[in-house]
Every structure is written in structure tokens, then in C-alpha cells.
Design a protein around this ligand. Structure first.
Ligand code: AMP
Length: 288
């Protein structure tokens, strides 16, 4: 296992073949490898995954790559925050040993023509609102798995549907990797940390709190005996609309299949995607 907190500058690798060499040497030395895939603009949510990976593995690799194939044509790929210098400082403070930060042309060379298509849990919700998104996610995650050959890979529950899609892919393609899903890290007022929160204006930021409030309301209503999904969704939507958010979806779904439920009579995931001005935020909570 890792030595405790080191604060040594992590090694940064840009080239895939160099990553392979380092990983092969680590494997020969009998080290276990943990991988934390990210798109950078790091915050405590990402760093909680790094902490978990360091706890469980000898070598922790954090990838930083803003993956173009998971953004739609009208989405924020060009403007997505890129903050490599401060990301590296944060990672040094958390003892990550290896950062993989490839250039786009290294991950998608000329003529790249292969993609991973996941159906099942990828089809609804984010899959419906962001066509091609999970295809891009699954493709880049499989490539990172192949390059880093981790024993364990760490993802956040914040992206609930993504975690199901990755688990599905790992099971279906017989990948020898444990997928670890870590709890959502939140601001003091409940807003889930997200790289996109920095898009919020000072006027929008307090209104964003309504997303976690809406999820907490659903949990409370279920505890108090409300089971009808349509009623719960209406109450959740009221909270969001009162803060003038535009709703993409408010859903109550089976936590494994993401099929809609009509009655909450067991563990159920409440999922929200909503827009504040130009910023699109998602969040979820398992209730019931
Ligand atoms: P991203 O950089 O947005 O692609 O996120 C990289 C990883 O960090 C994904 O597995 C996310 O689910 C996870 N993540 C993002 N925000 C949070 C959060 N607030 N709490 C826990 N994990 C998070």
C-alpha cells in the first residue's frame, strides 16, 4: 500500500507508450494499480476518488483528458475548463503518483473508427438528452483501461448513469477490473461538486441549491409515506421550477436498470438534469 501523505510532485506523462512502459514495470514489480479517469478542472469530488484509489492500490494513476467524443455538437467542449497547472498542485497535495494527460490526437489518431456502444442503462435519461454521450464515455474509458491496465477503477456516484454504463461494459466485455463507485461530494448547501459549477453566475449559484433540495424533499416524502412516483416527481419539479430552473428530466428509476418506477416500494434512484442559463447540471440520490 501507499506510504502516507507525500506531497511529492506527481510524474506527468503525455504519451501512451510511456504510460504502457511505466505500467508494465509496475506490474512486474507486483504493484496493484488504481485508475481515476477525469476531465480535469479538479475539485474535492475528484480528489475523494484519488484518496480511495491511494488507499486501495500501490500505484494511483489519474487521467486528465477532456474527451471530445462525449460532447455533442452544441455542448461545451470548446469552453470546458482546462486548469492543468492547478490540477497538478491539487494532485500533488493528495499524493497521486502518476498523471496521464494525453493530447487529443494521441487518443484519437487519424482514421480512428472504433467505438464502444452500450445499450441497456445507456439508452434513457442522459442517453436520450445527449445522443452519443455514453458511446464517447465508454470508448475513452475502455481505451484508458487498456493503457493503464488497472486492478481497480474509481468513479463517482454523482454520475449515476455513467457508473451503470461502465459496470455494464466491464461485465459484458469481461474486463478484469473492479469498478469502485464513490459517494457524491457536496458543497455545504448541498450542491454536488462539479467542474461545471464554475460556469454559474453569482445570481445563479444560490438557485442551483434547489437541485439537492428537490432530491432531499423526495427522500423525506418517501419516508413520510408518499409512494406514488408521479406525485413525487411533481413535488420535486415544483422545487426546481420555483428556482427558475429548466428541467431536462426528473425521474424515479430502478437503481440497476434505470427503468421508470410508478411506485417507490424499495431502493429507487431519483435523478435530475436541469439547466440554469447556459449551465446544465445533473444530480441524483438513492431513496426509499
Ligand atoms: P469528470 O471530470 O466530470 O469526468 O469526473 C471524473 C470523475 O469524478 C467521474 O467518475 C465523476 O463521477 C466523479 N465526480 C465528479 N463530481 C463528483 C462529486 N461531486 N463527487 C464524487 N465524484 C465526482
Amino acid at each position: 500500500m501507499n506510504s502516507p501523505h507525500t506531497d511529492v510532485a506527481p510524474r506527468i506523462i503525455h504519451a501512451a507508450d510511456e504510460l504502457r512502459r511505466v505500467v508494465t514495470a509496475a506490474r512486474r514489480a507486483g504493484k496493484t494499480i488504481g485508475l481515476v479517469p477525469t476531465m480535469g478542472a479538479l475539485h474535492e469530488g475528484h480528489l475523494s476518488l484519488v484518496d480511495a484509489a491511494r488507499r486501495d492500490n500501490d500505484l494511483t494513476i489519474v487521467s486528465i483528458f477532456v474527451n471530445p467524443t462525449q460532447f455533442g455538437p452544441n455542448e461545451d467542449f470548446a469552453n470546458y475548463p482546462r486548469t492543468l497547472e492547478s490540477d497538478l498542485d491539487l494532485l500533488a497535495g493528495r499524493g497521486a503518483q502518476l498523471i496521464f494527460a494525453p493530447r487529443t490526437d494521441q487518443m484519437y489518431g487519424p482514421g480512428h473508427a472504433t467505438h464502444v456502444e452500450v445499450d441497456g442503462p445507456a439508452l434513457r435519461l442522459e442517453g436520450a438528452f445527449r445522443p452519443g454521450h455514453f458511446r464517447g464515455v465508454a470508448t475513452i474509458v475502455l481505451k484508458l483501461f487498456n493503457l493503464a491496465s488497472p486492478d481497480r477503477a474509481y468513479f463517482g456516484r454523482k454520475d449515476y448513469q455513467q457508473s451503470l454504463v461502465i459496470r455494464r461494459m466491464v461485465a459484458d466485455l469481461d474486463l478484469p477490473i473492479h469498478v469502485e463507485i464513490c459517494p457524491t461530494v457536496r458543497e455545504a448547501d448541498g450542491l454536488a461538486l462539479s467542474s461545471r459549477n464554475r460556469y454559474l453566475s453569482p445570481e445563479e449559484r444560490p438557485r442551483a441549491r434547489s437541485i439537492s433540495e428537490s432530491l432531499r424533499l423526495a427522500a423525506r416524502l418517501v419516508e413520510q409515506g408518499t409512494r406514488d412516483a408521479a406525485t413525487l416527481i411533481a413535488r420535486m419539479s415544483d422545487v426546481l421550477r420555483a428556482a427558475d430552473l429548466k428541467l431536462d428530466y426528473v425521474a424515479l428509476a430502478d437503481p440497476d436498470t434505470l427503468e421508470d418506477v410508478s411506485v417507490v416500494d424499495g431502493p429507487t434512484v431519483a435523478l435530475i438534469a436541469a439547466r440554469l442559463g447556459k449551465t446544465r447540471l445533473i444530480d441524483n440520490e438513492v431513496i426509499g
